[in-house]
Ligand binder design. Structure first.
Ligand SMILES: Cc1cc2nc3c(=O)[nH]c(=O)nc-3n(C[C@H](O)[C@H](O)[C@H](O)COP(=O)(O)OP(=O)(O)OC[C@H]3O[C@@H](n4cnc5c(N)ncnc54)[C@H](O)[C@@H]3O)c2cc1C
Length: 450
């Protein structure tokens, strides 16, 4: 046996995700308690891992697939995000959404393939509407800074030939019930998901297919090459597989790959308690909407009215954490920021509190490439989604599955091009100091957009 990789298990994210908490309870699938053999092992049951498993099944209906997930499905970042599956350019690390035209066109085609892939599964497996809703989104602007961002974005969309609609302050108030916003830019191609519900449904859909077993609370602790096969060890069992896809987001570093090349960003979100009938009347606006910020560092705002009642969800603030660990007091202080953000937009709801506040991780590279490809014979990575993990994680899963099964020639995403390695980070402490300074400066610059 050679090439033994000891996996360093990292602490989980902080706070319970409101998305998961408002859903009916779900019993976790069994954890792995024995030794099994399969054709493909997928590690990680987020967007990348579950999409990879679904694509593997499409390509090879007879293959035996095993998925190992360290936590419960939807406990990790896949169940903690804001749920925007965005089709258009959305580079979080840059100061605006407007980029290079030909690269943007390619990215748009890839993102749309991912959204269609998710939509087809949702249709085929009867996901509830709130799990996957292809309703578009609005880039909301609350200040001259935000309005300038939207104007630049509109010019860029025009050059790309992409449809959009500009909304004035009154139209924005009719959507969200608040007079906080000065304008908006609506685009039709985004799907909005209830992330925890979508991931739960996708996990069930994947597992409902023949020859696919998902084990939860089954972290891979060691990975070793044994002849032509890989052996993944968990606390109480092992999986031997010809091919392994690591779909573990930034935690690919804990497997020893892409060290000092990935930036770990924590994002934070809060969800109100369910509003009562009087509060809903005071709120006005549409029953559901999704606002992304016109300034990429600003606040995301959603109103939902699904099985968990009518609630508002805010996402803002981000922090750079090279160690992946987060002090609880960081979350506590950001929870206060969220409350302020909410009451600035909804002063007519002074008694509405946040019921849930949580953090989650995303992974970026300095040169905005995926950490995607064959790492060793039979071992593949589908990681580092550069912010847009719902969509790009889905693309990464599809591409990794096609590579692993030798079917790249019939790719669903022909626009995908082999990636350069993620660029090396600057040495510490300069990397952390630099990243934190840039974030703080952009947050300060964002003003009312935050
Ligand atoms: C608050 C917030 C808001 C966000 N909003 C958006 C948004 O609106 N749109 C968007 O596109 N993205 C958004 N994101 C980012 C998005 O959630 C992530 O990019 C996405 O979840 C990445 O998907 P993934 O499948 O690559 O990884 P993950 O979702 O992180 O899944 C990886 C899985 O691997 C498992 N794992 C790790 N190590 C092991 C191991 N050793 N053994 C077994 N399993 C392991 C983890 O438990 C995890 O479940 C947001 C993130 C946050 C935190």
């Amino acid at each position: 046996m050679a090439a033994v990789i000891a996996v360093e298990l990292k602490p989980a994210d902080l706070g319970r995700s409101g998305w998961d908490a408002i859903l009916p309870g779900r019993a976790a699938k069994a954890s792995l308690e024995h030794d099994i053999d399969c054709d493909y092992l997928v590690v990680g049951a987020g967007f990348a891992g579950l999409s990879a498993a679904w694509r593997l099944r499409q390509l090879d209906a007879q293959a035996r697939i095993v998925i190992l997930e360290a936590q419960q499905v939807a406990s990790g970042p896949a169940g903690r995000n804001s749920g925007f599956m965005i089709d258009l350019p959305h580079a979080l690390a840059s100061g605006s959404y407007a980029g290079d035209d030909s690269a943007d066109r390619r990215n748009i085609r890839m993102n749309r393939t991912a959204i269609a892939f998710a939509g087809n599964i949702a249709g085929e497996c009867n996901f509830p509407d709130e799990a996957f809703d292809p309703c578009g989104k609005i880039n909301a602007a609350a200040s001259p800074v935000g309005t300038a961002h939207n104007s630049a974005y509109a010019r860029h969309l025009e050059a790309l030939g992409e449809p959009f609609e500009l909304l004035d302050a009154d139209a924005m108030q009719r959507v969200c019930g608040s007079d906080y916003y000065q304008g908006g830019l609506r685009t039709p191609g985004t799907a909005i998901i209830q992330p925890a519900l979508y991931v739960r449904c996708l996990a069930d859909a994947v597992q409902g297919r023949a020859h696919c077993d998902l084990f939860e609370n089954s972290a891979v602790q060691q990975l070793a090459r044994n002849g032509e096969r890989w052996v993944a060890q968990t606390a109480r069992g092992s999986v031997t597989a010809a091919r392994v896809i690591l779909a573990v987001n930034g935690l690919i570093e804990s497997f020893g790959f892409y060290r000092h090349r990935l930036m770990h960003i924590n994002l934070y979100a809060s969800m109100t308690r369910a509003l009562d009938a009087g509060e809903i009347a005071a709120l006005g606006g549409e029953a559901r909407f999704g606002f992304t910020p016109s300034d990429p560092i600003g606040s995301t705002l959603r109103r939902i009215d699904g099985s968990g009642g009518t609630r508002l969800v805010i996402r803002n603030r981000c922090t750079y954490e090279a160690s992946l660990t987060l002090p609880q007091n960081r979350l506590d202080s950001i929870a206060q920021d969220h409350l302020r953000t909410f009451h600035a937009r909804y002063p007519m709801l002074p008694r509405v509190e946040m019921e849930y506040c949580w953090s989650g991780r995303l992974c970026l590279s300095r040169n905005e490439v995926w950490a995607l490809g064959e790492l060793h014979p039979g071992l593949y990575s589908a990681c580092c989604q550069n912010g847009l993990g719902t969509t790009r994680g889905t693309v990464a899963g599809i591409v990794a599955a096609e590579m692993a099964s030798g079917c790249s020639g019939q790719s669903l995403v022909p626009d995908y091009q082999p990636q350069a390695l993620p660029s090396r980070l600057f040495p510490e402490p300069f990397m952390t100091l630099g990243a934190r300074s840039v974030i703080r400066f952009r947050e300060w610059q964002a003003g009312r957009e935050l």
